[in-house]
Design a binder for this molecule. Structure first.
Ligand code: ADP
Ligand code: MG
Length: 233
């Protein structure tokens, strides 16, 4: 029949398109540590979300990245996998700092990073947020950490006191950067960036991209790659 005659060509083009899509969104197409890849499949993360597929190759290549995408698009794993893949677990010092606008968001981010890092033993992720007593935070900092997740005000206070040192930092993440600026954290952000190595990778995540974000990006980033995803999935 006519239907059968046209099948091969149609089928072939469909297969090519489908293979292309699969290879472009599989986490295994990235140069991630085998332990991280294995853990992603245990977590049920079988393919990258659009923002992950667009940003992870640049993030893993060590570039500065500005990623704009809605809530729920999977931004935490995009930067989380980037900083975990670079982490040297044997060096017990703060190698990555993630700044978030609120304590609730910082707790969520720390939880997701710990989930992603389950395959890495003895990794220490510490949260440093305002509204919490200083004593336990200082005690935890004395014990050491690989990754700090916190709010700008409190992180800046620890830097000023000398209880947090960032001279070994290799990754800075500004998560929900637009909300951090709305909340008046601009001065704290500038003070924090001043106390870390200029040679580092900076990743900026935001739902929107107002002029204020563009100006902070110009100050704290170097030739950033821009990624924008409209829909959440
Ligand atoms: P955002 O920061 O962009 O708002 P999140 O990082 O909080 O989004 O991710 C939203 C949800 O999607 C989380 O529950 C997370 O566990 C899940 N998620 C992220 N990436 C993937 C993926 N590749 N596959 C399946 N689930 C994912
Ligand atoms: Mg988020």
């Amino acid at each position: 029949s006519r239907g059968e005659e046209s099948t091969p060509a149609t089928h072939r083009s469909y297969t090519i398109q489908r293979n292309f899509t699969l290879s472009a969104t599989a986490f295994s197409s990235l140069s991630l540590h085998p332990g991280l890849l294995q853990n992603l499949s245990t977590l049920g993360y079988h393919s990258m979300t659009p923002i992950q597929a667009q940003s992870l190759p640049s993030i893993l290549a060590g570039k500065d990245v500005i990623a704009q995408g809605k809530t729920g698009s999977g931004k935490t794993a995009a930067f989380g996998l980037g900083l975990l893949n670079k982490l040297d677990i044997k060096r017990f010092c703060v190698q990555a700092l993630v700044l978030c606008p609120t304590r609730e968001l910082a707790d969520q981010v720390a939880k997701e990073i710990r989930r992603l890092a389950r395959a890495i033993h003895n990794i220490k992720v510490l949260t440093l947020c305002g509204g919490m007593p200083f004593g336990p935070q200082i005690g935890s900092l004395e014990h050491g950490a690989h990754i700090v997740v916190g709010t700008p005000g409190r992180v800046e206070e620890h830097l000023r006191k000398g209880t947090l040192v960032l001279d070994q930092l290799h990754t800075l993440v500004l998560d929900e950067a637009d909300r951090m600026l709305e909340m008046g954290f601009q001065a704290a952000l500038d003070a924090i960036v001043e106390k870390m190595p200029a040679q580092r990778q900076t990743l900026l995540f935001s739902a929107t991209y107002p002029n204020q974000i563009q100006s902070i990006a110009e100050r704290v980033m170097l030739n950033p790659v821009m990624v924008k995803v409209e829909s959440s999935h």
